[in-house]
Design a protein around this ligand. Structure first.
Ligand code: SF4
Length: 320
């Protein structure tokens, strides 16, 4: 199913969800293969999760990105919070999050996220955000305040999935000083695709961010993810794995790119489950502590279970 949210948004607000993409030619949508099948949303627990998210006035990447796993995740009360609003200052070609000028930060949001984490009973919470290039610190302090508020309200381990903080000196230090358990920043794609897929970002700046996070606090787990099926070559993916290992990244996620609307980057092809398995095998051989590679892998999919395995893998390696 293709998300037609762009059209709906225009009808509702009179403004396209992605104004920068409105005049782009429609890209054809490939039919999904049989191996991309997801659970339909709608269980009682799913509705309970929705209620807690709404009651706290929170935004989730699960909804904003049109994530295919929402039926499964929300039926287990696993929601991933997206802080600092629902509007992003970047305009990546793959992303369904609304773009434009964001509103001011909500100073009560860290407490709301903390309260919702406790109410959902999360043992591991993932907090991500829109890009906030408009803020002097890129939103780093808001991330830190959210981590601190969660620590006060619950025993959940905390994973942050941050923007690249490009040209925001000192921002990473602020986030790392708040001591998240996992620092995640997605490379999203191979360097040759940055100009078309992630034009506002710089591959080596993202890589360096991950490396610096580990240098600042070696006890923090670092994690990064990419989408495949955007037209990348296999060797480019293997090179990216080497780059991440050179930056001491612990955990790699690889998932199939799905095109949110006809205005987004087209899917070049659907990578087969066997190819995902092969990427996983190679990535482990290259030294990652954890790898999740499958068509429906997303950064925050099964993040709690994966974190437990990640910790065990480090303990195992240190004991070996
Ligand atoms: S995979 Fe992540 S973004 Fe998707 S529904 Fe699950 S928690 Fe939300």
């Amino acid at each position: 199913m293709v998300v037609v949210i762009d059209t709906l948004e225009t009808r509702k607000t009179g403004r396209p969800r992605h104004p920068e993409k409105a005049n782009r030619p429609d890209a054809p949508i490939l039919r999904k293969p049989d191996w991309i099948r997801v659970r339909a949303p709608g269980s009682a627990v799913f509705r309970e999760t929705t209620g807690i998210v709404r009651e706290h006035g929170l935004v989730t990447v699960c909804e904003e990105a049109g994530c295919p796993n929402i039926g499964e995740c929300w039926s287990k009360k696993h929601a991933t919070f997206m802080i600092m609003g629902d509007t992003c200052t970047r305009a990546c070609a793959f992303c369904n999050v609304r773009t434009g000028l964001p509103a001011a930060l909500d100073p009560t949001e860290p407490e709301k996220v903390a309260d919702a984490t406790a109410k959902l009973g999360l043992e591991h919470v993932v907090v991500t955000s829109v890009d906030r290039d408009d803020l002097a610190d890129g939103g780093a302090r808001h991330f830190a305040e959210t981590i601190t508020a969660i620590r006060r309200a619950s025993r959940a381990t905390i994973e942050v999935l941050t923007p690249d903080f490009l040209r925001k000196d000192g921002a990473l230090e602020v986030v790392v000083a708040a001591r998240p358990d996992v620092f995640n920043h997605n490379l999203e794609t191979v360097p040759s695709h940055y100009l078309t897929v992630r034009p506002g970002a710089r591959y080596f700046a993202s890589l360096r961010l991950l490396q610096q996070a580990k240098e600042l606090d070696p006890s923090i787990f670092t994690k990064s993810g990419i989408m495949v099926g955007l037209g990348e070559e296999r060797n480019e993916v293997l090179q990216l794995m080497d780059d991440l290992r050179a930056a001491n990244v612990d955990f790699l996620t690889i998932g199939q790119y799905l095109q949110p609307t006809r205005k987004h980057h087209p899917v070049a092809r659907f990578v087969t489950p066997d190819e995902f398995k092969a990427y996983e095998t190679i990535a482990y051989a290259k030294g990652f502590l954890m790898v999740s590679s499958s068509p429906l892998t997303r950064s925050s999919h099964h993040a709690g279970e994966d974190f437990a395995r990640l910790r065990a893998a480090r303990a195992n390696r240190l004991g070996a």
